[in-house]
Write a protein that binds this ligand. Sequence first.
Ligand code: GRF
Length: 202
Amino acid sequence: CNVVVLISGSGSNLQALIDSLGEDNPARICAVISNRADAYGLTRAQNAGIATAVLDHKAFEGREAFDAALIEAIDAHQPDLVVLAGFMRILTPGFVQHYAGRLFNIHPSLLPKYKGMHTHQRALEAGDAEHGCSVHFVTEELDGGPLVVQAVVPVQAGDTAETLASRVQIGEHHIYPLAVRWFAEGRLRLTSRGVELDGTPL
Ligand code: GRF
């Protein structure tokens, strides 16, 4: 199963994916693409011997042109799955449709709660006892696609957005490799009824 990973930053989720690859995992990361040349995740990929590419969104006139170039760069690797791992660009409907059923995102909240930005601060301000992260199939609705798996973490007394974020990230690093593995093993499907794991609705 060929996987292309899109990043913009540190790439700790990319690292968790890299670390999960091995002989018994049918997923193979064939390329990492970043919209930022200074993303540390590019170094992580290079250290693992994975091909990298940089596509700077600022060099394109508008989202349509950027996404068209991005599709071209991704499809050169003929991926079965495209994984957004801290990719900080909103994608056009055309892009999302092109990868329907084979595009994952990870979001740092227990969706459908807290779509968008500043999720940890919002969970703290709401006084939530629990927070977490979600892997979902990407659809045209921002952070709104069908859920694959979530990790729940407790909110602790004295938590700041930073301490909570680092607890949530530990969860991210568990569930993203799990979801990618399920997909690579052919166990996960997005159907008109929703997401199925081994033929059972999630
Ligand atoms: C993660 O918190 C993810 O949920 C969000 O962006 C962050 C990426 O972190 N979408 P990293 O680059 O994988 O370290």
